[in-house]
Design a protein. Sequence first.
Length: 322
Amino acid sequence: MNRKDKTILKIKDLEVIYPVRMGLVKAVDKVGLELKKGQTLGLVGESGCGKSTLGFSILKLIPPPGKIIGGEIIFDGEDLVKKTEKKMIKIRGKRISMIFQDPMTSLNPLMRIGDHIVETILTHEKELNKKEAKKRAEDLVDRLGISKARLNDYPHQFSGGMRQRVMIGLALALNSDLIIADEPTTSLDVIVEAQILDLLKELRSTYELTIILITHNMGIVSELVDRIAVMYAGKIVEIADCFPLFEKPLHPYTVGLLKSIPNISIEKHDLETMLGSPPDLINPPSGCRFHPRCTKIMKKCKLYEPPLKEVRENHFVRCWLY
């Protein structure tokens, strides 16, 4: 088998809930997807659709009272759902790394940047001494465009873009098999955002990284990913390779997302908005969860939930139109 044909991650019927006073929020509802070695998957959707919860589920970092109640997360042949916390500690950072959304709250303000990286390395590679780990940290930040002298600085002494580079460095420190990037450019201005995206593209090419990029920005995924999974109200509604999905999206929700992207190359381009708001996940709509906002609604959309089915080669959609 070609190395790039190897499936490194397979999620099947994953369910994640958050018990609240009003009931149960089913943030991830029987989600399934696959990711191959060296592939970049974009996970997109509106805020609150469950995409970040799905990312945290892979690392079993769901904040309480949330919990995984069903399904499988098969990583490199092993089900992470069944692993104990002790075993997951050995996987986090070493096998699977995460670039968090807000680096300022993810980095310890009392620790120097160099100490963050050295601690990460020494935690998982105990055969190294501190001097060897520091040398690797220096080489790492140098590749990320950060001066080695700045390893002695604290997080507050860095700009937002530089802090995000440090977070990327932490994810790369141990040559992880999978990197989950949770909205890595959300808090950055557009120029710094472009720099971070260019850096991720360069690193992906150089190290053949396997990445899950979580974002609500469809413009970002077009720059970086091989495949796109669109989430709505806790469910995957469409999965396809990047260019086929942009050329001919099938689900009405995906169509709406793409029409909401500003395009300065088209004269008199008016942005379109979708009707309504995302549903309450405590009491989601019957049938298709998108039907209250859909312009192509049919009678059975209200009654029955459509299955996720393949309608074109490697292009899956959850919609009764197909």
